[in-house]
Design a protein around this ligand. Sequence first.
Ligand code: PGA
Length: 242
Amino acid sequence: MARVRLVAGNWKMHGSRASIQALLDALLQGIPRSGNCAVTVCVPFPYLGQVAEMLRGGPIAWGAQNVSEHQQGAYTGEVSAAMLAEFGCRHAIVGHSERRQLYGETDAQVAAKFAAAGTAGLTPILCVGETLQERDAGRTEEVVGRQLGKVLEKNSFENAILAYEPVWAIGTGRNATPEQVQTVHAFLRGKVSSDTPILYGGSVKPQNAAAIFAMPDVDGGLIGGASLVAKDFLAIVEALNT
Ligand code: PGA
């Protein structure tokens, strides 16, 4: 079976009602009517209702950037996977490096979030990636292997997506080369089923997307900054479609 190819936008903490309306209008206008790749946008929680209303029944799926590991209860400020499902989310990003680094999420917590998303019928997008220091110390495979391994201890990776996001390439404009990406993807490929989509994320732009997507173990991209600019995001979708 051919692996799903996917371009996922990660809007992070950006946007307003007005800017989201304009961005989604432009994406819906420009999205290719036929093509072999799926498209999703992972949006800030308060806008899920607006996004669901605009995208329902159309070619673009949507999801969240984080999810609680708990089902319900006294967890002030948290959002459960069931709540996301009720707003039509298909995907939930878990273990993004910003969550790991800025909010102290541990491998065990990320694994629990992954499980919670799956239980509610969402498809988790699990992010793994090394820091520059870890790469320079030759520890890339050890780090991404550990991050993924914790999830695999208690979960199947059947209905899930993996994203390799080297921390040093996120939001920095500094690119991993297609060869660097392919090496890590091939390593990760050996640990999940052969039909698991593996996305690359980290400063993917219209200029470098095609070269990265041409690598045999790259099935698409997780796009931060460029997902906020309709023409850039559409150009990246186009690069995967061709
Ligand atoms: P970037 O972000 O494309 O802005 O580097 C990617 C990500 O954090 O998912």
